[in-house]
Write a protein that binds this ligand. Structure first.
Ligand SMILES: Cc1cc2nc3c(=O)[nH]c(=O)nc-3n(C[C@H](O)[C@H](O)[C@H](O)COP(=O)(O)OP(=O)(O)OC[C@H]3O[C@@H](n4cnc5c(N)ncnc54)[C@H](O)[C@@H]3O)c2cc1C
Length: 259
């Protein structure tokens, strides 16, 4: 997956190469050291190809372990790995401070898992209020945060805060899922914001293969050897999502999550 995306980007068919994955798919629930070792192998492959690896955040039983694993690899790969923080978790105020201190590149989302009221806010007004508070702190003190939401209230709050504090649109990005609110995605790009669209792994090849086949045909016409599709064969071994910065959406994107 890493090679496939990097090849597509280098060939100019993608703006960017970015993979988002769950550490539980790398053995986190079996053994943390095993998971860490697997993640290091991935990052060793990702760094030379300049591919960013986003560590999705899962249920609260894995929050501390995920941040601990992140903190162990971050010093060696500061530009190629970043965590996710969930606004609904009560602990997130501390984790935001912890990640701002490190200048880690954070994705902020509401949180998607069912969590008990002792550790997670349950009502939308509170979750939104916490999201806005953390978004503001990340914009002021963090490094190139990803604001992951389809919620207009949060999108507008982010735009407003950035404008009020002269935070340029190149200093953060919005993130959404492929197929959800595509008109909003396009509108944000038209307004000058960066928009990263995440595509489920199984859709990536379907979306990329036609372009790749076309490119291979063009190579043959030019009398060049076709590029062996090595990376496609490794596809099933790579867990998680990837980002496919669709051209219409990413026309103002930097190309990476690097600030
Ligand atoms: C890029 C990205 C990465 C994420 N990564 C994580 C993660 O690592 N860990 C985690 O716990 N959660 C993750 N999430 C999920 C997130 O926590 C929320 O559960 C989810 O985004 C729904 O909240 P919302 O802010 O988008 O707004 P909502 O208020 O839930 O949605 C606003 C509107 O968007 C539309 N919408 C939103 N979601 C969907 C959907 N799935 N299908 C169809 N329409 C939809 C609906 O029209 C809805 O009215 C991620 C979300 C995104 C966009």
């Amino acid at each position: 997956m890493i090679d496939m995306l990097a090849n597509e980007r280098d060939a100019g068919r993608l703006r960017d190469a970015n993979v988002s994955l769950k550490l539980s798919a790398l053995g986190q629930k079996i053994d943390e050291a095993f998971c860490l070792d697997n993640l290091r192998q991935l990052l060793e492959a990702a760094r030379p190809r300049d591919v960013f690896i986003r560590l999705d955040m899962e249920g609260s039983d894995l929050t501390e372990s995920t941040l601990r694993i992140f903190e162990q690899v971050y010093p060696d790969y500061p530009d190629h790995v970043g965590p996710v923080l969930q606004a609904y978790l009560k602990r997130t105020a501390r984790d935001i401070a912890r990640m701002c201190e490190l200048k880690a590149r954070v994705r902020l989302c509401k949180g998607a898992y069912k969590e008990p009221p002792e550790i997670a806010y349950q009502d939308m007004p509170t979750i939104r209020a916490r999201f806005i508070e953390y978004m503001q702190r990340l914009l002021l003190e963090g490094r190139y945060p990803g604001i992951a939401t389809h919620d207009d209230v949060l999108i507008e709050a982010t735009k407003r805060f950035a404008a009020e504090h002269q935070i340029g649109s190149e200093r953060f990005e919005f993130q959404m899922l492929y197929g959800i609110r595509p008109e909003t995605q396009r509108a944000l790009v038209r307004q000058g914001y960066r928009m990263r669209v995440y595509v489920l792994r199984d859709r990536v090849a379907a979306l990329l293969l036609p372009a790749t086949a076309r490119a291979q045909g063009e190579r043959l016409v030019r009398g060049e050897e076709p590029v062996p599709p090595l990376s496609y064969r490794t596809r099933s071994r790579c867990p998680g999502r990837t980002t496919l910065p669709c051209r219409p959406f990413m026309c103002r994107s930097s190309g990476t999550e690097r600030p």
